[in-house]
Ligand binder design. Sequence first.
Ligand code: HPA
Length: 262
Amino acid sequence: MGVNYAIIGGTGVYDPKLLDNMREEEVATPFGSVVVQIGQLEGREVAFLARHGRRHSVPPHLVNYRANIWALKLLGVQKVIATAAVGSLRTDFSPGEFVLVDQFLDFTKNRSATFYTGETGVLHVDMSDPYCGELRAALAEQAGKLQLGLKNGGTYVCTEGPRFETPAEISMYRLLGADVVGMTSVPEVILAKECAMCYASVAMVTNFAAGIASKILTHVEVTQNMAQMGEHLRALIFNTLQSLAVERSCLCQHAPDELGKF
Ligand code: HPA
């Protein structure tokens, strides 16, 4: 059996402590090579990938999203749980809470957002359920058992970064329907879908977005809140991974079926 599961750790989630027999593999992809840690969880092989590198050295707009997802695909990964630090656009989504995002708004500017650039065919991948509903349901169930503060559903607006937003931008995103803001979910969620993977993102509200809170925003605030939520996050992810059935009944596995059909 291959490595069926992966965790993509974002800001503050660099420690895949709970996996047994950890090994490190460098996976070569057409987009560059990626170092992945692989370990076992109750007999299941799980890959861990630090999205920003292990020392948080790669900013969100320069993450090699295509290499990361391709590396997971080469390992055989079918289900990905990603984590993301987010700012909240709503007063009822508070720092310290988790949000299982189910939609996104794409405000990135300069990222390669597809594997299908023409030479390898054309694919208009369906985005009706960008974050796998089956995986989200499993996460919500485990969050309930752990009694975590979690909002089940929310729209993630992805900005280019690396700067934080202006209050005017945040009001605009709110008018457009966004609930939380971050810099990494796009194109990761799209690339995973193009590879027929189930992908869900556990967003951690680390702060109120610019203009929602009365004080200025710092990266220290984000990482301090993340550290406090780390233990809960790890329990949520590991319990969920253990609860997942190997078979999939969602549509993610059919996402690239239309490749080349026009
Ligand atoms: N904006 C964008 N990205 C973020 C934020 C934010 O307020 N907090 C954590 N990641």
